[in-house]
Structures are given as C-alpha cells and as structure tokens.
Design a protein around this ligand. Sequence first.
Ligand SMILES: Cc1cc2nc3c(=O)[nH]c(=O)nc-3n(C[C@H](O)[C@H](O)[C@H](O)COP(=O)(O)OP(=O)(O)OC[C@H]3O[C@@H](n4cnc5c(N)ncnc54)[C@H](O)[C@@H]3O)c2cc1C
Ligand SMILES: NC(=O)c1ccc[n+]([C@@H]2O[C@H](COP(=O)([O-])OP(=O)(O)OC[C@H]3O[C@@H](n4cnc5c(N)ncnc54)[C@H](O)[C@@H]3O)[C@@H](O)[C@H]2O)c1
Length: 461
Amino acid sequence: MVPAETKGGYMMAERVDVVVVGMGPGGEAVAGQLAEAGLSVVAAESGLVGGECPYYGCIPSKMMIRAADLLAEARRVPGMAGSAEVRPAFAPVAERLREATDDWNDEVAVRRFEGQGGRLVRGRARIVGERTVRVGDQEFTAERALVLNPGTEPALPSIPGLADTPYWTNREALRTTEAPASLCVVGGGTVGLELGQAFARFGTQVTVVEAADRLLPAEEPRASELIAEVLRGEGIDVRTGAKVTEVSHDGSGFAVRVDDETVTAQRLLISVGRKAPLHELGVDAIGLDPDARFFDPDDHLRVAPGVWAIGDATGKGAFTHVSMYQAGIVVRDVLGRPGPGAEYHAVPRVTFTDPEIGAVGRTEAQARERGIRVRIGYTNLASSARGWIHGPGNAGFVKLVEDADTGVLVGATSVGPWGGEVLSALAVAVHARVPTERLRHMIYAYPTFHRAIEDALSKLA
Ligand SMILES: Cc1cc2nc3c(=O)[nH]c(=O)nc-3n(C[C@H](O)[C@H](O)[C@H](O)COP(=O)(O)OP(=O)(O)OC[C@H]3O[C@@H](n4cnc5c(N)ncnc54)[C@H](O)[C@@H]3O)c2cc1C
Ligand SMILES: NC(=O)c1ccc[n+]([C@@H]2O[C@H](COP(=O)([O-])OP(=O)(O)OC[C@H]3O[C@@H](n4cnc5c(N)ncnc54)[C@H](O)[C@@H]3O)[C@@H](O)[C@H]2O)c1
C-alpha cells in the first residue's frame, strides 16, 4: 500500500489493490474475499456495512413476516384443531428486529471485514478519475480493481405535498416499535405487499394504492389476482389503477387523495420502486452516463477498464442473491481465476406474502414478447391432494412456461404456502434447461406441494 501524500498542494491518491464503493451484500463479499486473498482493499461506505438487506430489507422484513404468519396460522386453528385466542403484540417483533440489526449498528460487520484484512473508510465516495475515488479529503487509486456496489435508494413519486410530510419508506417502517392503527401503502409491489400484509395481521387497517392495473405488475396476472383476493379477504383495501394526486399531514395523520376520494391513515408507506445513485457517484468521470438508470455491465460485470459494477444498480434483479452471485464472478475475475460469466435466464424471486409468490425466468407475457412459441401448463394448488389436506391458507398454483421449440422451461411461477421453496425445483429446471420430457418422467413425493409441478407438466399445451 503506498500512502497518500500532498504534493504542491494537490492531493496524491493512495494506491491500493482494490477499492470497493458500497458495502451492500455483494460489495461486502467482494471486499472481504479479496482482502482474505491478501490484496490491499479499501472499502468506502456511507451508511451501514452490509447495506439494505440486513438492516432495512430482507432480514428485518422477513422476521416481521414470520411473526405475522404465526398470527395468521393461529387464526386458522378454529375448524381445524380447536380454538386459539390471538392477541397480537408488536413489541416482540420490534425487539427481535432491534437484536437482529444490533440496533442498526454495523460494528460486528466492520470488525468482520477488518478481521479479513480490509480497511473501511466511512463516507460518500465519488469517482474522480480512472479507478480513483475521493472520500471526504482522502483519495484512493485502485491498481487492480474498482468495484462499484452503490445499491439503490427508495424512489419518491412526485406527488404534491408529499415531501413536506413524515412519510415512511421501508427504512422507517422496519424501525417502527409499534404497528400503526392505519397505514396507506403507495405502491403494490414487493415491499408494499409484504409489509402491508404483515402490518394488517397485527391489526393495522391497511390501504394499498397501486398505479398499475394490478398488484405485482411484473408477475403472472393470475398471481396478481390471487394475492389481491387474499389481501382483500384479510380486510386490506386494495386499489389498483389508482392515482395519488396529493398528500398532506396535519400533525397526527395523513390525508391521501386517491382519485376522487381521500384516504386517511396514521402512517404512509412509499414503496414505488428504487433508484440507483449513479449521478452522485460521479460515473461520468469514467465515461459512463450519469443519467442512466442502471449500469450496463458485460457478462463479467465490467463497466470500464479495471472497473466492475454489481448489485441492484446493475438492473439485473434487485435481490441479495443476484448481488452475491455477481460478487462471486468479480472475485474470480480479479484473482485471475477462470469461471463462467453471468447468466440471467433463471433469476429466481420470491415475494414473501402469504401465500408466497415465487417465480423464475420469464413470465408467459415476457416469453411471448421475445417471440418464443410457448406452451403453458397450469395447475391449482388448493385442489391438489396436499392443498386439500392443508385446508385454510392453501391458495396457490404452479404455472409453467415452456419453449415449445426446444422443449425446455423458460419460466415458472409457484404460488402457495411455501411457494418460494417449491420454486427451487423449477429454478433448477430453468437454469439447467432440463427437457420437460425428463421432468415428466421424474418421481414426485406424495403428498407434497411440489407434486403440483408434475400435474402442471401433464397439462402443457
Ligand atoms: C424492504 C425490502 C425487503 C427486501 N427483501 C429482500 C428479500 O427478501 N430477498 C432479496 O433477495 N432481496 C430483498 N431486498 C432487496 C435487497 O435488499 C437488495 O437487493 C440487496 O440489499 C442488494 O443490494 P446491493 O448489494 O446492490 O446494495 P445495497 O444493499 O443497496 O447497499 C449499497 C450500499 O452502498 C452504499 N453507498 C451507495 N453509494 C455510495 C457511495 N457513493 N459511497 C459510499 N457508499 C455508498 C449505501 O450506503 C449502501 O449501504 C429487499 C429490499 C427491501 C427494501
Ligand atoms: N422478497 C424480495 O425478494 C424483495 C422484497 C422487497 C423488495 N425487493 C426488491 O426491492 C425492489 C423494490 O421494491 P418496491 O416494492 O419498492 O418496488 P417494485 O418495483 O417491486 O414495486 C413498485 C410498485 O409501485 C407501483 N408504483 C409506481 N409508481 C407509483 C405511484 N406513483 N403510485 C402508486 N403505485 C406506483 C409500481 O407499479 C409497482 O407495482 C423490488 O423490485 C425487489 O427487487 C425484494
């Protein structure tokens, strides 16, 4: 490591092997593994080491959902197993989230990284030259690799009045110590539905306002219909094709103008998607478009000579598993180890509502848009042997999208009580391009939910 010095009043950049900007799940993995491999690694992080997932994303949201699902299961006891009195309390959830996030403190993660041999620099990094970044009054030049993992931040819709109100994004929602009496959710995507359903199960009166004509508009239409039915059945006011035109807050609650009605709520959650902070990262200094929505990396995640980009900001799926998958490729590349480039034909995703909505690869509409001649196999879970045994909470289906010319699945959706787990078999099939003919002659354990895959295969047409 060559230390920084000042020469003639100009800052000389300190030279290190690797600079990582942003310590989300992927950046943390790259920085830690390259440091362990003996490279000098500087990582810049302006927030918490670990990024969105452990503090404001996957982990706290799934902990809240686990608790909410327990309440829902207990409410299914009557008619199945006697009686159960359910009195929700949010305090244990808040306490579990506080413990899981070390009270939103990243000391453990920092120590782990430093134990691997890395060096953390706190602050917002900006690219100022070829493989060179500035953080505060320090500059670092990466001799071998500059790895960009800036993640995304909650996007804000331009709704008159919104900016002046104490609205929530996922970050405030996952730090709350109580379930609000009422909650208006703007955006019926993954964040809005997961958190909306979880709060509703704790007694919050929830309204979901979705601009598109259906919830989860990127997924199969049947998944959107089914989750809307389930949420409405749980007392959630679901409004699709709806427009929020104004928001105000009077000190105690929100008034949200939705089309020609006013929805009042104690809290307002904005969950309309994410944006990558490429502009303020200064990507123009390395010849990239600062106004682009995402990076546009090649299959080895390279965006410029000696510069790699990973994670949500690559637009390949804003999921921890994508960020980690890309991190693995970058680590191999930087260490000069051979390995395949990134493939995205089988990106799995799970919306952890109840039922879970799992999907991999393309939906039917996406496959048709690409000119693929498709055959579709569909089966309903509730009427399967396992669905019938399961009883309340058994809503779901398996839908397969086959490329009729090649006889392999290009996509699949698995909705159900463990839809995300059932998805694993389908993810293998899509990833490895297993011919449906082989899948048809496989033995599926009875009476599992995943046996629905066999039934859906038999219906491919
Ligand atoms: C509520 C919620 C639930 C989610 N649940 C799931 C789930 O169940 N499963 C799943 O796979 N995904 C889930 N996600 C998505 C998941 O959190 C992200 O895909 C994941 O965090 C990976 O992001 P990333 O690696 O791109 O970086 P991020 O986690 O976004 O981290 C990027 C880091 O870079 C830092 N940074 C940005 N710019 C700079 C800069 N210029 N200088 C220094 N530091 C900078 C930021 O402070 C941040 O810490 C969820 C997201 C949300 C919001
Ligand atoms: N279980 C998981 O893996 C998980 C969970 C949460 C988040 N995530 C990741 O985080 C990303 C961001 O989540 P998100 O829910 O914020 O985004 P999203 O893209 O999933 O959903 C945003 C929704 O808001 C709607 N919308 C946009 N503008 C609107 C407006 N003005 N009024 C009303 N509705 C509007 C969109 O039509 C869309 O349905 C996800 O796409 C996903 O990749 C993953």
